[in-house]
Design a protein around this ligand. Structure first.
Ligand code: PA5
Length: 467
């Protein structure tokens, strides 16, 4: 077996290991038709419609070279790189940054940052945060990457307008400081980018926001940070090939999707993502969007009404052992916990001596923090399993570009398969669009007058319920 391959251990989902709360072969037989459907449907649709993301690891050679060249220019000219985007246009860049850069990147010197600029992702429209950013960075030293697939998301367009205005007021040319990443064929940003002459990268058709980390959305920020984006794509390709083109029995993403599908059918409505590594903390956030937005739907593929989904929850080991684990161990049987384990942390810290007179502390001395975090993960896995709670573990040999690429592709494939098993469209987000449209209406965007009327008629508040 490839020693760089990520692995899945699902012993603690199975009845012959954990007892009656686990799954049996009868559970797998009962969903076999849905699993076959998911595989066939995936194979039929891959590369088409909203499954353009299945080609990203294979079809971006030219754009990757352009990204690397542009990233070099950015690195040589700017001290700050700021992503303006939200949802899928922010969470991928944040998680790759956290996984592959110094954990205190912005505080350490340039050498430790491997000559990368400081990095900020502004994924909110909280005015206090915007002012804080403008108080923190010097505009003349900053490059802004405006990322929006639709090219019209209010939050991102607002940030763009604020930054462009600030650049102009500072006597700077926005064209020298702004790079846009958007759809080539739709939305407003592409029109603005052409009119203003901004350097632009395109989000390929068929790549939705939450499936976009491996296109310019994620690759440009990653390359600016000095991350080896070719290795990330290689990792993704490896996972894709082994799942989609390998033996069905070896398809890790399909197995993981099937386990979650059985769990959902049995009423396990919560999916907890619990990485034991600070570097993977934001992978849990990224997963929450991917899983929540893709599977949470009120229509089956044929339009039949439903209310389907599994609520994702992010957690961090060991931190949340002192916050959420009590609930997971003793609370209801409504969750599936996904541990993410790292075989080899990139750093080692020995716990020094110094408490010889206190045996109850001294037992730690001479061990490493690596041993401690691993022991705590194993101990938590033991505790939740003993309590009969469903869990499984994804192992990363170490955290690097190659394993991160695999991990992201694994989750994307798992999400697509599970969506097809559930018989919903995992690639749309009408619930998000509804909120976006209501915002347009509230702020008077032309064309949304009827929506504004609908909002006025539909929002009623009674004083007696206000305190
Ligand atoms: O997954 C999605 O498509 C959404 O969550 C989007 O990422 C999010 O709404 C931002 O959209 P856009 O990139 O069009 O600004």
């Amino acid at each position: 077996m490839d020693k760089n391959k990520i692995r899945l251990d699902y012993n603690n989902m199975m009845a012959d290991v954990i007892g009656s709360k686990g799954f049996t072969s009868a559970d797998f037989d009962a969903v076999a038709d849905r699993v076959d459907f998911a595989v066939d449907y995936f194979n039929e649709k891959k590369g088409t419609g909203f499954m353009g993301w299945t080609k990203l690891h294979d079809e971006q050679d030219a754009v990757v070279e352009d990204i690397i060249k542009t990233a070099e220019e950015v690195r040589s000219k700017f001290k700050n790189f700021v992503v303006l985007g939200i949802g899928g246009s922010a969470l991928g860049p944040i998680s790759a940054f956290q996984a592959l850069c110094h954990l205190h990147h912005n505080e350490v010197n340039q050498g430790r940052r491997k000559n990368a600029p400081k990095f900020y992702v502004e994924d909110n429209v909280d005015p206090e945060r915007m002012v804080a950013l403008l108080n923190t960075i010097k505009l003349k030293d900053s490059c802004f990457n405006v990322i929006t697939k639709s090219g019209s998301t209010s939050e991102t367009m607002t940030q763009y307008l604020v930054i462009k205005d600030a650049l102009e007021k500072a006597g700077l040319n926005p064209k020298e400081h702004i790079i846009t990443t958007t759809s080539a064929n739709s939305g407003n940003l592409i029109k603005i980018a052409k009119a203003e002459g901004y350097k632009t990268f395109y989000i390929p058709d068929g790549v939705g926001g939450r499936f976009s980390e491996l296109c310019p959305v994620g690759l440009l920020p990653a390359a600016v940070l000095g991350i080896d984006i070719k290795k990330m794509l290689e990792g993704a390709k490896f996972m894709y090939e082994s799942c989609v083109n390998g033996e069905k029995a070896d398809n890790m993403a399909l197995t993981a999707a099937t386990l979650q599908f059985i769990a959902i059918n049995k009423g396990h409505n919560i999916s907890v993502m619990l990485p034991y590594a600070d570097s993977l903390k934001f992978i849990a956030d990224w997963y929450c969007q991917l899983w929540g937005e893709s599977l949470g739907k009120n229509k089956l593929m044929d339009g039949t009404p439903c209310n389907i989904g599994q609520t994702p929850v992010k957690a961090l080991g060991v931190t949340d052992q002192h916050s959420q684990i009590q609930l997971y161990t003793e609370g209801p049987f409504d969750k599936v916990i996904t541990f993410i384990a790292v075989d080899k942390y990139r750093k080692k810290v020995v716990i020094p001596n110094g408490c010889e007179d206190f045996p109850n502390v001294n037992f730690l001395c001479g061990h490493t923090m690596n041993e401690l975090i691993t022991a705590e993960r194993k101990a938590t896995e033991y505790a939740v399993t003993k309590a009969g709670k469903l869990n499984h573990t994804i192992y990363l040999p170490t955290v690097n570009e190659y394993t991160l690429g695999q991990l992201m592709m694994f989750f994307e494939l798992k999400t697509a398969y599970c969506g097809f098993m559930l018989n919903i469209d995992p690639f749309n987000q009408p619930g998000v669009e509804e909120g976006k449209n209501a915002t347009y209406a509230l702020l008077g965007r032309p064309g949304y007058e009827d929506k504004a009327k609908e909002l006025r008629a539909g929002t009623k508040k009674l004083k007696k319920y206000m305190m």
